[in-house]
Ligand binder design. Structure first.
Ligand SMILES: C[S@@+](CC[C@H](N)C(=O)[O-])C[C@H]1O[C@@H](n2cnc3c(N)ncnc32)[C@H](O)[C@@H]1O
Length: 217
């Protein structure tokens, strides 16, 4: 690739390095190249430690990262949103269209979606699908409603004249089964892929399979 990226915090750099291996692996398993995405909206972007991996995987897409809890401060006093914005800025300096917003996805309206032509992908990497992980993360349980998130993506898709897809990745079989239930209940025929720990254990510390889904809205 043409751009170089410097993480603003050396402490967080190893996570970005691991992400540069994990996220492409996950995306590769779910996206078979039949659609060239021109926009990617990443929901729950955290500090966007994997923004560079997204930029590599989607070379033609403008990128928007949304994070509700961007004000959370790390020990080095940077907030999640500071890092997220810095990572978006680094991509912009490298010639990409990228933006990070400290905002709630459920407040996103169709006119906020970056103007662009061609297919749009909403990505949900490890969204909360049940109460306890959400509360343990420090958020009220109302933010564990994956169904509301997918429904909101459907609502926005209905207002855009573009092909819109949703991709989600979940921790383990149990979370995957909840996500499957959400897609089924909304009448969405999502394709499922299971990514086994042996595929990523060298660089990512999860002992259980990851389950991913992709569907056109
Ligand atoms: C488990 S974390 C996953 C973070 C990141 N996507 C990753 O791959 O590591 C889920 C994230 O979603 C964010 N989130 C939850 N509800 C949200 C919403 N309605 N809008 C934007 N972000 C949200 C949380 O604050 C949290 O940072």
């Amino acid at each position: 690739m043409r751009f170089r990226f410097s993480a603003p915090s050396p402490i967080l750099a190893p996570r970005a390095r691991a992400a540069s291996r994990l996220y492409p692996l996950l995306l590769d398993r779910l996206i078979r190249g039949e659609v060239i995405f021109k926009s990617v909206i990443d929901v729950g972007a955290c500090d966007w430690f994997y923004a560079e991996a997204l930029a590599h995987f989607f070379p033609e897409a403008d990128l928007l990262g949304l994070e509700l809890d961007g004000g959370r401060r790390y020990l080095n006093l940077f907030r999640r949103a500071d890092l997220g914005r810095a990572r978006a800025r680094a991509l912009v300096h490298a010639g990409r269209a990228a933006e990070y917003r400290h905002s709630d996805f459920l407040d996103l309206i169709s006119s906020d979606v970056p103007v662009g032509n061609g297919p749009l992908l909403f990505t949900f990497f490890f969204p909360f699908v049940s109460r306890d992980p959400c509360v343990a993360w420090g958020l009220p349980p109302k933010f564990a409603d994956f169904s509301a998130m997918v429904l909101h993506a459907c609502k926005i898709a209905g207002q855009l004249k573009r092909e819109v897809w949703v991709l989600s990745i979940h921790q383990g079989e149990w979370e995957g089964s909840i996500a499957q239930g959400v897609f089924n209940a909304l009448g969405l025929a999502a394709r499922k892929e299971v990514i086994l720990p042996e595929d990523f254990r060298e660089f990512w510390p999860a002992a259980y399979p990851l389950e991913g889904f992709i569907t056109r809205l």
